[in-house]
Design a protein around this ligand. Structure first.
Ligand SMILES: Nc1ncnc2c1ncn2[C@@H]1O[C@H](COP(=O)(O)OP(=O)(O)OP(=O)(O)O)[C@@H](O)[C@H]1O
Ligand SMILES: [Mg+2]
Length: 216
């Protein structure tokens, strides 16, 4: 299955989610092909740190789409607005597009524009499924921005809202910068249960959580 993690809005968590999903799938025994189509190459940088640290399992990333991908069970593509040609190409081969959305009105508007781009401007047929979820949700009980954002997302035609959120957790930034998935760096962090719920909803499969090992 080809999954694009995309959004027009910068900083919504595309690279972080792609990286964590890729490692989650690999540790579940899947053969995964990962693309970083963003010229910023954030995902490639995290993968490079992982390689330098010799963390296992290894993860490699390609920067240009190749065909065919038939020998891989799962394909993940990280792409944003900095590469519109790449976004169109990725969307046209995607089975689905997963959209991380930050909880704010501007992010909802931007998601609406992203949908419009895919449906009307790119004129992709058949349309891939578009799935959205709230990333960096507030953990404070008195703040309802994420509920409101989720509701607003549900009202957008052509999008399915995934019923799992990733909350704002420092461990995402820390683990990514160390070349590790959240479940590798801090298996007992609340972020892990949240991430696994999201991943399972996306892939409906179990996963084990082995710790990363350094090569001797
Ligand atoms: N759930 C989260 N909690 C806390 N920080 C997060 C979370 N998700 C992502 N981040 C942080 O937000 C920042 C942006 O994330 P990321 O680089 O993955 O977004 P992006 O959509 O790929 O950005 P860009 O559009 O620049 O490619 C990073 O510093 C990342 O560590
Ligand atoms: Mg990115």
């Amino acid at each position: 299955m080809i999954t694009v993690i995309g959004n027009l809005k910068g900083g919504s968590g595309k690279s972080t989610v792609t990286f964590n999903l890729a490692l989650w799938l690999i540790q579940a025994g899947k053969n995964v092909l990962v693309y970083d189509l963003d010229p910023q190459a954030t995902l490639s940088d995290a993968v490079q740190v992982r390689q330098e640290e010799n963390y296992q399992p290894t993860l490699s990333v390609l920067t240009h789409l190749k065909k065919p991908q038939s020998n891989h069970q799962e394909v993940l593509i990280d792409v944003g607005a900095a590469n519109m040609a790449g976004m169109k190409e990725a969307a046209s081969i995607a089975d689905r597009i997963v959209v991380p959305v930050l909880p704010g009105q501007a992010d909802i508007w931007s998601t609406q524009r992203f949908l419009n781009l895919i449906i009307n401007d790119f004129k992709i047929k058949p349309l891939p499924q578009v799935l959205a979820f709230i990333n960096r949700a507030d953990t404070h009980i008195g703040i309802h921005e994420s509920d409101e954002a989720e509701q607003a997302l549900s009202s957008l035609p052509g999008i399915k809202v995934i019923n799992s959120r990733l909350c704002q957790r420092v461990v995402y930034r820390r683990s990514f910068s160390e070349g590790l998935a959240v479940f590798e760096l801090e298996p007992s962090n609340k972020a892990v249960a949240e991430f696994e719920q999201l991943a399972k909803q996306l892939y409906s499969q179990p996963n084990s959580k082995p710790k990363p090992k350094r090569k001797k």
